[in-house]
Design a protein around this ligand. Structure first.
Ligand SMILES: *Cc1c(COP(=O)(O)O)cnc(C)c1O
Length: 353
């Protein structure tokens, strides 16, 4: 095996998916399993499909291309670029949209290819990322309905991303009201009302999810088992579907505080040091080019992460019960940001188990 490595436990990921799919099904909600944090690796997405996901969803068309042979409808999460509408029609069955200019270009591309593409109109309920403002949504839907080659499949919203606004019965019921008004005004039926991401899950348990919400787009909750409105663990899910593994290349007793005048580190920061005396320190062959050390938690909880430069990560192993040697592999769980970087780094071997 090559290091650094990201080990991926497909059985655990399938378990997490199934657990959340069943929970949502109980409330009449289908799950779009979000694959972007692991860059759409097809074998990993397949585990989500086995777990019962209704759709595979990603923000990048490149990732949807990788998953084209998996037999589930694909949903493009990020508003399409005008320059990419042809690929969107080719590789996404559904896209989330908020700009008429883009929707109109999708319509033309779909007509040209003899296809029908499904649109979910995004409504901004206050988080201030994507979406049309609530009072424009019905008009906007009307303009979409006038276009050929595309279908208005439904509406959706995204919260807790930019503005960190928490989904509640009152903001989400605005979304279902808009759905009702679109249906009445135009005499149509919307098949999807997508009530957000992992931060909406807690509403199920509180019995506060508006009844017409019938889709959630779940990434972090499946992949890491986190509820993201309040940052709680979801009981019944695994937090270690992904494990980061790095190899020790130096192991020495050194003092805790650098010797000499302290300037700025390789990233322009003025570091501070805790004086723990002489300590046993290990250098791992991985660094900021591969991941965010602040987002790692050592599986050996006696290890202290001291810091990292581009290609070296320094840990303190003095208090560990394990007698580490050069060449040993140290394992970590990852938070969302660290997992995103680790997945993206070409230097990290992806090992599927
Ligand atoms: C990333 C993303 C999601 C998934 O968010 P999680 O917090 O990981 O569940 C859902 N919807 C959109 C539009 C996204 O970009």
């Amino acid at each position: 095996m090559r290091y650094p490595a990201l080990k991926i436990d497909l059985a655990k990921l399938e378990n997490n998916t199934r657990f959340l799919v069943e929970k949502c099904a109980h409330y009449g909600i289908g799950v779009s399993a979000v694959t972007k944090v692991f860059c759409g690796i097809p074998e990993v997405a397949e585990a989500m499909a086995r777990g019962g996901a209704a759709y595979l969803a990603d923000s990048r068309i490149e990732n949807l291309m990788k998953m084209r042979n998996i037999n589930l409808p694909k949903m493009l999460l990020r508003i399409p670029m005008l320059s990419q509408v042809d690929e969107v029609i080719d590789y996404a069955d559904i896209s989330l949209n908020s700009e008429h200019e883009v929707i109109s270009a999708l319509s033309n591309a779909a007509i040209k290819k003899g296809k029908t593409h499904d649109i979910i109109l995004m409504v901004d309920l206050g988080d201030l990322r994507e979406g049309v403002w609530a009072d424009e949504a019905v008009e906007y839907a009307g303009r979409i309905l006038a276009l050929n080659g595309i279908r208005l499949m439904g509406i959706g919203t995204n919260l807790t991303c930019y503005g960190a606004v928490i989904p509640k019965a009152d903001n989400l019921s605005k979304l279902t009201d808009i759905a009702d008004r679109i249906e009445q005004r135009f005499g149509i039926k919307l098949s999807i009302i997508s009530g957000g991401n992992s931060s909406s899950l807690y509403l199920l348990e509180e019995g506060a999810m508006p009844r017409r919400i019938n889709n959630l787009r779940l990434g972090e909750s499946i992949v890491l088992g986190n509820e993201t409105a309040y940052g709680n663990r979801i009981k019944g899910t695994f937090s270690d579907c992904f494990t980061f593994c790095a190899e020790i290349i130096e192991l020495k007793e050194k003092q805790s505080v650098p010797v000499g005048e302290i300037g700025v580190d390789a990233f322009g920061n003025k570091p501070t040091y805790v004086d723990r005396g002489i300590r046993k320190r290990a250098i791992l062959a991985a660094g900021r080019q591969d991941l965010k050390p602040e987002g790692l938690s050592p599986k050996d909880d006696a290890i202290i992460i001291l810091g990292a430069s581009s290609d070296h990560m320094i840990i303190d192993v003095t208090d560990s019960g394990r007698d580490y040697s050069i060449g040993d592999i140290v394992e970590f769980t990852l938070d969302y940001g660290a997992l995103l970087l680790a997945s993206t780094s070409d230097y990290i071997e992806k090992v599927i188990e």
